[in-house]
Design a binder for this molecule. Sequence first.
Ligand code: ADP
Length: 261
Amino acid sequence: MNPLQETPGHCHEPVVTLSNVTFSYENKNVIQDLNFQVLQRDFVGLVGRNGAGKTTLLRMIVGLLKPTSGEVRLFGQPHSSFNGWDRIGYVPQKNAFNPLFPATVREVVLSGLYGRKKLFKRITRQDHQKCADALEVMGIEDLQDRRIGQLSGGQQQRVFLARALINNPELLILDEPTVGIDAETQEGFFRLIRHMHQHHAITFLMVSHDIDMLEDYIGTGPVETSGKLKFYVKHTHDPQNCAETSLTHSLKGLREQIEAW
Ligand code: ADP
């Protein structure tokens, strides 16, 4: 038997579990009693009109907000005892980024390595190598000394994706990743993430306003609706890729896709 072959059920482990999750800002109830599970190798598209609570939900999942009630589990662990933050890559909404922020591309990508409590950790030679790999994967090595605010929307998007990929995450969370970039770049971006979903061991949770793109990839109609939130889900099951733990080489394999982008 191929040693990479998964044990049965391996691809169906829960990655995000939301149990009776409710969230309110002061007295404003945004998410009410939400139950939903993201499984390993799912591609979940989250849709809902402005103000539906999509960003709030993502921020809760990555631990930036605490649910008012209910429970969020990551990889089967409750938030309170979860310590695998480097297994998760998060690309926040573009408008959350201050264009005057003076960091270089390299600094932004490296910052993806500093999980909680590691802010003052020394940057090691391995860290620099991981950064170089992520920059190479995204085809942005030549931009590494540029200030992030000087780049085009599409280039910035690659930088934030490189930042999210630097730890070879098992879960990628993307909040409206194509807002503000041109149609051609958007199309290339979607090609890339479909490829990543199909051929690399990554689970996706993506907020998108682009229902056509989601339906084109996932099929028509959400599988689950909770309040104003709609969840589209496509599961990919590829036993060999599923068991892959180190993604560095597979990330490098993405280069072909990026070049087409
Ligand atoms: P979406 O991402 O679906 O557009 P959000 O999660 O950003 O929705 O916001 C959901 C609701 O919560 C909106 O009505 C928004 O105005 C409100 N909201 C978002 N952030 C805050 C905040 N920090 N304080 C108070 N209300 C907020």
